[in-house]
Design a protein around this ligand. Structure first.
Ligand SMILES: *Cc1c(COP(=O)(O)O)cnc(C)c1O
Length: 427
């Protein structure tokens, strides 16, 4: 299942601030710069590989082998009905999810799959037997659970109690997962997971700092450009951390260096759900987002996967730089606009979409209305998740059963988790 493909050292990892080469597995610059490390690939031209799912983009993923089973990739297609409705002649949908008629088989139904596979492949390559720790309120947890059921790698999932219903898998045997539910909110779960991840036998997946996550998400842009045969003028995505936007920008830089697809960076159009939109506040220079202070978020959000308290905004190579380099825009979308967009898109394109993706659809509608995009402009709309209802109809989904429940206020919580992991994985 885990095949070695190609030569070693197909890529290097460097700090964008000092240019210094880094340990390829490092998450931070050895010189201490506050920067997202970036991957540089040997092959400057993108050659699609005849390999399953995401591994089509093997040359531009920071891995030295593949997990061949269970991977899906983005499916990009030219929109007809929805494009006509908006009066657009060159709109492409980059669909991430399950949609058998379009050969879309991202089986956890969001683009978090694109992060999970390269990240787990790299963990395999480290061969240090460490246990990956993931804290998530939903989509990320499902994606990592899926890949770990396939590889059998042990995974510690730490999730807030009230989001456990989102954790399901297509695999009857989920014994490689230790699921901890935390009585408390998402931040209590993250805090606890971070503490455990610092221990020797554990490793954190690294979030936006992890080049495998970003380059995995960057394959959305690669797929779109291979389909369109050119770089789009605009890229629309709903963001929480903004990592997908950073990834699209980084992929576009590589595609320009490739030389075959044009030399203008696509403009980023990133959407957040109002009023819980810390990236919009940060861009406006507000250090504290009142909606966060008041504690209204993420409870009433259209989709709480779009909420992130500490997005990588001002770090070098982060969201601010990505917006600046591409002349990008941010959109604030309220729940009513998202609901309207979701209904319209689903009806016209014929597939259910994730509520987060509807926020991007609403942003595109707003951009067209305000004439931020021209009718003949080439546009990529990233549908970051879709086809979940369709999958529920077609497949048997198994809920992941919690192994232990802890309270965020229990001083023993961390050691209880560690004990449970030892018991479950015999290590
Ligand atoms: C995580 C997620 C997003 C936001 O992604 P970023 O990390 O902010 O780029 C958007 N849509 C869905 C469905 C997601 O799961």
């Amino acid at each position: 299942m885990h095949c070695q493909v190609g030569l070693m050292h197909k890529y290097s990892v460097r700090c964008p601030t000092c240019g210094e080469m880094q340990d390829p597995m490092s998450l931070i610059c050895s010189k201490g710069h506050d920067a997202l490390l970036r991957t540089f690939y040997g092959p400057l031209q993108l050659t699609p590989r005849n390999m399953p799912g995401i591994w089509e983009f093997y040359d531009w993923l920071p891995v030295e082998g593949i997990i061949s089973e269970g991977t899906g990739k983005t499916v990009t297609y030219k929109s007809e009905a929805f494009a006509r409705k908006l009066g657009l002649s060159d709109l492409y949908v980059a669909f991430n999810g399950y949609w058998p008629e379009k050969n879309a088989s991202m089986m956890t139904c969001t683009f978090k799959d694109l992060e999970a596979f390269p990240t787990m492949q790299r963990l395999l390559e480290r061969q240090d037997g460490r246990i990956m720790v993931v804290a998530s309120a939903g989509n990320t947890a499902r994606a990592f659970a899926h890949v770990c059921c396939i590889t059998g790698q042990p995974l510690l999932l730490v999730v807030p109690e009230n989001s456990v219903h989102r954790l399901w898998t297509l695999h009857a045997d989920a014994s490689s997962i230790c699921l901890v539910t935390v009585e408390g909110d998402y931040y209590n779960a993250i805090e606890l997971a971070n503490k455990v991840a610092l221990r020797q036998r554990f490793v954190s997946e690294g979030g936006a700092k992890n080049v495998a996550r970003r380059d995995g998400m960057g394959t959305v842009m690669l797929d779109a450009v291979l389909t369109m045969k050119k770089l789009p003028m605009h890229y629309f995505q709903a963001v929480g951390s903004g990592t997908g936007g950073i990834s699209a920008w980084e992929a576009s830089i590589r595609l320009i260096q490739d030389g075959s697809f044009g030399n203008v960076l696509p403009q980023l159009h990133l959407a957040q759900n109002l009023p819980c939109a810390p990236l919009i506040s940060m861009r406006a220079g507000n250090i504290t987002d009142q909606s966060i202070v008041d504690g209204k978020c993420p409870e009433d959000m259209y989709d709480d996967v779009l909420f992130n308290r500490k997005p990588p905004y001002s770090v070098a190579g982060g969201v601010r730089d990505a917006l600046q380099a591409t002349g990008g825009r941010m959109y604030g979308i309220d729940n009513a606009a998202a609901a309207h967009a979701q209904q319209l898109f689903e009806e016209l394109e014929g597939i259910d979409i994730n509520p987060a993706a509807a926020v991007a659809v609403a942003a595109l509608m707003q951009a067209v209305e305000k004439k931020f995009t021209g009718h003949n402009d080439s546009i990529v709309l990233n549908i970051t998740g879709g086809g979940m209802e369709r999958l529920r109809r077609d497949c048997n989904l198994y809920p992941i059963v919690p192994d232990i429940r802890v309270s965020a206020h229990d001083p023993e919580a961390e050691s209880k988790i560690v004990d449970k992991v030892s018991e479950k994985f015999q290590r």
